[in-house]
Ligand binder design. Structure first.
Ligand code: S3P
Ligand code: PEP
Length: 451
């Protein structure tokens, strides 16, 4: 984010039509992991379709500090010359992960089993987010931590000479916590076991196996998953192809559903079953979605999705679906604003600890745009008014890219324009958002800082 220029308010306007074919950038979760595993592997990993957003670029910078040599070809292919498991270098500078929870938590896991110190920090949003959830298991593995009260950034981790394999049950549905322990396990002699009572996105497991790691996953009868990693194994460089990010695809997709006269094709969207909760939910709401060209590439499912203007109806979204659509609730709340009746979303406690308190930020954004909602500690109910969402409000984004993009999408179909107070943070995950949406027919204007 360009912090030097001050906030950059953006406004979106009612559109008469949206149409075209787009490809959104590569998946953010996979992009972080490809850089980290490329660093831990021997040889040169090539990454096709890496997301070149600020979150991921911060991870690339961090990996350079641990000794990886990372370069980008003119055609957009990234090369990571890895250092190998057990051979990371001690970083000489503070690792600044910017806005990225995934970046900082995964890198802390990777580094926590090396006998040197790493100091981590981030932007104003990341410095408020809970790190104890990752520090707890890493301390069990022998790492020493010096952190602010409550385990907040900035903090320093020093790993132990002989890290300990653990059996860890992840207390909250978090792929970041799971992944931090799995990455720490790679350089820990012995068997580390991670038990996930509620399954979350499984990109770490798939990619560690793809790089030749000794990892097994058992699906238990009660729906939980037991993941074991044998530490100390050599990882081999790979070619990694990253499909389009379903969490970014959600914005043009919902825009097409709520805008009039819309038909938008979104290509190569990753449809890993741990990420498809929004698609299932929108289909239950009556969305006109067609999924074609389903295939598997590089160990991940993907397809093209066509979305057309739809009359949505409110539903109850099953709470157990939340992990598979956790980042999509802000834009789902926008879709729900245009649906007939109420959309009830339980099981949202994790939204409180994202880039912002997303439940609160969504409620405020809905209210300022004339949409009625009710909420509790971990639920949200939105009352839709098809064809009659007032808009006209200014949304406080709290350094949260998903809040910014979700409400810009609202403005494409509301009666009055919708303004977000600062669009700069969109560059963390989807730098091309404005251009891509404008190419489909969306109209955004930049306002002066004092508008
Ligand atoms: O592992 C990942 O790549 C992510 C996991 C999720 O966070 P939690 O692990 O906190 O649920 C998600 O919200 C985030 O955008 C990406
Ligand atoms: C929660 C998100 O990312 P992170 O946790 O990596 O900051 C997100 O992208 O919506």
């Amino acid at each position: 984010m360009d912090a030097s220029s001050g906030p950059q308010p953006l406004r979106s306007h009612h559109t008469k039509t949206l149409s075209g074919t787009v490809r959104v950038p590569g998946d953010k979760s996979m992009s972080h992991r490809a850089l980290i595993l490329g660093t831990l592997a021997r040889g040169t990993t090539r990454i096709f379709g890496l997301l070149e957003g600020e979150d991921v670029l911060a991870t690339a910078d961090a990996m350079r500090q641990y000794g990886a040599k990372i370069a980008r070809d003119e055609d957009g292919t990234w090369h990571v010359d890895g250092v190998g498991v057990g051979a990371l270098l001690e970083p000489s500078e503070v690792i600044d992960c910017g806005n990225a929870g995934t970046g900082v938590r995964l890198i802390m896991g990777m580094a926590a089993t090396y006998p040197f110190a790493s100091t981590f920090t981030g932007d104003g949003s990341l410095r408020k987010r809970p790190m104890k959830r990752v520090l707890d298991p890493l301390e069990e593995m022998g790492a020493q931590v010096l952190a602010r009260d409550g385990g907040l950034l900035p903090l320093t981790i020093r790993g132990n000479d002989t890290p300990l394999p653990v059996t860890y049950t992840v207390p909250m549905p978090s792929a970041q916590v799971k992944s931090a322990v799995l990455l720490a396990a790679l350089s820990t002699q012995g068997t580390t076991t991670v038990i996930e009572p509620i399954p979350t996105r499984d990109h770490s497991e798939r990619m560690i196996k793809g790089f030749g790691g000794d990892l097994t996953v058992v699906e238990n009868e009660d729906g939980s998953r037991t993941i074991t990693v044998e530490g100390g194994k050599v990882l081999q460089a790979q070619d990694v192809t990253i499909p389009a990010d379903p969490s970014s695809a959600a914005f043009p997709l919902v825009a097409a559903l709520i805008a009039p006269n819309a038909e938008v094709v979104i290509k190569d969207v990753m449809l890993n079953p741990t990420r498809t909760g929004l698609i299932a939910t929108l289909q239950e709401m009556g969305a006109d979605l067609t999924i074609t060209n389903r295939r598997t590439e590089g160990g991940e499912e993907l397809a093209d999705i066509t979305a057309r203007s739809s009359q949505l109806k409110g539903i109850t979204v099953p709470a157990e679906r939340a992990p598979s659509m956790i980042d999509e609730y802000p834009v789902l709340a926008v879709a729900a604003s245009f649906a007939e009746g109420e959309t009830h979303m339980p099981g949202l406690h994790e939204l409180r600890v994202k880039e912002s308190d997303r439940l609160a930020a969504v409620v405020d954004g809905l209210t300022t745009n004339g949409v009625h909602s009710e909420n509790g500690e971990d639920w949200l109910t939105v009352t839709g008014t098809p064809g009659a969402v007032p808009g006209g409000g200014t949304v406080i984004t709290h350094l949260d890219h998903r809040i910014a993009m979700a409400f810009l999408v609202m403005g494409l179909a509301s009666q009055q324009p919708v303004t977000v107070d600062d669009g700069r943070v969109i560059a963390t995950s989807f730098p091309a958002f404005g251009g891509l949406m404008s190419g489909l027919g969306a109209s955004f204007t930049r306002l002066s800082n004092h508008a």
